[in-house]
Design a protein around this ligand. Structure first.
Ligand SMILES: Cc1ncc(C[n+]2csc(CCOP(=O)(O)OP(=O)(O)O)c2C)c(N)n1
Length: 590
């Protein structure tokens, strides 16, 4: 089912006790089993008495944040229940009820695939009742930009299902239509759709200034005559209310796009909220990017976690299109990523999967001529930057060179508002360029290089957590350096730097579990690099990560914080030590 209304369904329909819902919200003790999920994804079973005195068994399926992904699962479960109850012919003992959002129903391909089961002898469940909770908006995206059909329910026409449009504010009408739909299903054993339309309800948030760097990058390219196209779900405002690329006059509905009002001679900035699709829209933008190498085409996922809906476009086109078909693209894929305690589907863009697709050799230290061609020879570039200036430069770099490569940019959500993640204008002007690797600036507060005992390498937002903990704990023997570009691996810059700390153990720290993140990619490359160095030959780096896990992140806030402290302790001290206290979110061990 859709996200909105799920707690209501849990509480009022399947009667989950409110105490336990509130309990899960408070994020108190992690459960003994599993890593957990956010409360609104959990399922529930309930034998509910009906007015006639009978009982109906209700089973609310657990679902991921990936909208509509659960649809075929619910149908499969229903068919199995029918099978074991000897009800595969009549289909009158159990049925599926799917609750949809209007934008998701209209745009996720799996809805069509699920409807396709409706009359297949071995897959039918004797009709599904589809309820569309139609608030006439998909997060911030207006229906005009979310679908091409008059009604969000039109896909159901492919199976000739009756569709009832009912005013959601007229409760009696909704009740009547729902009863009618249930009778239809029981009588004809066919799908039926109820589109419960309500007045538009808009979710709004607040804006901040990280995207200034993005605005400057895109704006400067526009002034250089390069067309820029940015597409994805809610990209106009930005998922995190950070971008505000399109301003709306609420009175007369006119729109103003500041980046299209720079200079008369500028190129056009096309920014567009997409339909609620990943597979389709990413494929579209990939195709778009093939036509004009002098335009910058960017696709942004709502959260990086939803990218797996478009896996085929990544594997078959982005990662391998050039080597198979000599089809070159400079497409930028922006994947919001980072462990902020938002649960298993709002934390990870699955960096490890992208890194696994990279074609550079893990065991061979590139000779100078190979090193010079690293970017030309790679199939994808993968970055996880920590400063607005670097984000600015890497976007511009896409266009300011004479070859094209896909760029997969893992972007931090928490750094959008992080006071330490700021750049000065001077870092974006003059001779400044993208920094693939940022060595520890080695402030005076640190011990001399020979006395450094731990040299931590990391990528992305975890840098600031490490930095704050190092400062708070006055650890002067720890250096922290950042891999801003993970692939192609910056062997040249790292090998110049790691010997600066001849007595330091090398640590790789990441927020992700041991079986995720960059570790499996960087580990053999760091070994290759160390073997190539003068002071670290034969040594290996140690990982400081979350424990290996089946799910990318825990759904329990307390567990999340505990894991974060463990990881920092592991990275900075070398073992897990319980902090004595926590000061402004930073663990203090002594
Ligand atoms: C596959 C997938 N892509 C993106 C998202 C992010 N997302 C969460 S809610 C939402 C908007 C949903 O709109 P709609 O389907 O109309 O349901 P509503 O939230 O309005 O009830 C989006 C895009 C998601 N959860 N799943």
């Amino acid at each position: 089912m859709a996200h909105r209304g799920r707690l209501n369904v849990l509480s009022n329909v399947v009667r989950k006790p409110n105490e336990s819902i509130f309990n899960e919200f408070s994020g108190i003790e992690p459960s003994d089993e599993g890593t957990g999920d956010v409360k609104y994804h959990l399922g529930m079973n309930y034998d509910r008495p009906t007015p006639s005195g009978k009982h109906v068994h209700l089973s609310l399926a657990a679902n991921p944040a990936h909208l509509e992904a659960v649809d075929p699962v619910v149908l499969g479960k229903t068919r199995a229940l029918q099978h074991y109850a000897n009800d595969e012919k009549e289909h009158h003992r159990s049925m599926a009820l799917l609750l949809h959002g209007d934008a998701a129903f209209a745009a996720q391909g799996v809805v069509y695939e699920t409807m396709g089961f409706h009359d297949l002898p071995n897959y039918t469940t004797g009709g599904t009742v589809h309820l569309i909770v139609n608030n006439q908006i998909g997060f911030t995206t207006d229906p005009r930009f979310a679908r091409s059909t008059p009604y969000c329910s039109d896909v159901a026409k492919v199976v000739n299902a009756p569709i009832f449009h009912v005013n959601g504010d007229d409760v009696e009408a909704v009740n009547f239509v729902c009863q009618l739909a249930a009778e239809w299903r029981q009588t004809f054993k066919k799908d039926v759709v109820v589109d419960i339309a309500r007045a538009k309800a808009i979710n709004e948030g607040q804006g901040i200034d990280w995207p200034t760097a993005e605005g400057l990058a895109l704006g400067s390219l526009l002034l250089e005559g390069k067309h820029v196209r940015l597409s994805g779900q809610d990209v106009e405002r930005g998922t995190f209310s950070q971008r505000h690329a399109v301003l709306h006059d609420q009175v007369n509905e006119t729109q103003y796009v500041p980046l299209n009002d720079l200079r008369p001679y500028q190129a056009k900035f096309s920014v567009c909220n997409s339909s609620l699709s990943e597979f389709g829209v990413l494929g579209f933008e990939y195709g778009y990017s093939l036509v004009n190498p002098n335009s910058l085409v960017l696709w942004e996922a709502q959260f990086g976690d939803f990218i797996n809906n478009a896996q085929c476009i990544i594997d078959q086109f982005i990662a391998s299109g050039e080597t198979k078909w000599l089809q070159r693209t400079g497409l930028v894929v922006l994947l919001p990523h980072g462990y902020d305690g938002q649960g298993p589907e709002h934390s990870s863009g699955r960096l490890e999967r992208f890194l696994q697709l990279c074609n550079d050799h893990p065991y061979v230290y590139p000779p100078p001529e190979k090193m010079a061609r690293q970017h030309q020879d790679c199939n994808v570039q993968i970055i996880n930057v920590t400063t607005p200036a670097n984000y600015f430069h890497v976007l511009r770099r896409q266009i300011h060179r004479d070859f094209r490569k896909p760029l997969i940019a893992f972007t931090s959500k928490s750094l959008l508002r992080h006071p330490m993640a700021r750049s000065s204008l001077a870092e974006m002007t003059g001779d400044t360029t993208f920094m693939r690797y940022i060595p520890d600036p080695h402030p005076e507060t640190l011990a001399s290089p020979e006395k450094i005992t731990r040299h931590i390498l990391c990528s992305g937002q975890v840098y600031y957590a490490l930095l704050r903990a190092r400062e708070q704990n006055k650890m002067d023997h720890v250096a922290i350096s950042r891999l801003e570009q993970i692939c192609p691996f910056p062997y040249d810059l790292l090998s110049q730097h790691i010997d600066k700390y001849p007595n330091a153990e090398l640590i790789w720290a990441q927020e992700e579990p041991l079986n995720g993140g960059a570790w499996t990619y960087v580990a053999p490359r760091i070994r290759t690099l160390m073997n190539h160095s003068k002071r670290h030959e034969g040594k290996t780096a140690k990982p400081a990560t979350r424990l290996p896990s089946a799910s990318p992140a825990t759904g329990n806030k307390k567990q999340h914080i505990q894991e974060e402290h463990d990881l920092l302790s592991q990275a900075l001290i070398g073992q897990i030590i319980e902090p004595k206290k926590v000061v402004s979110g930073v663990p203090v061990w002594e």
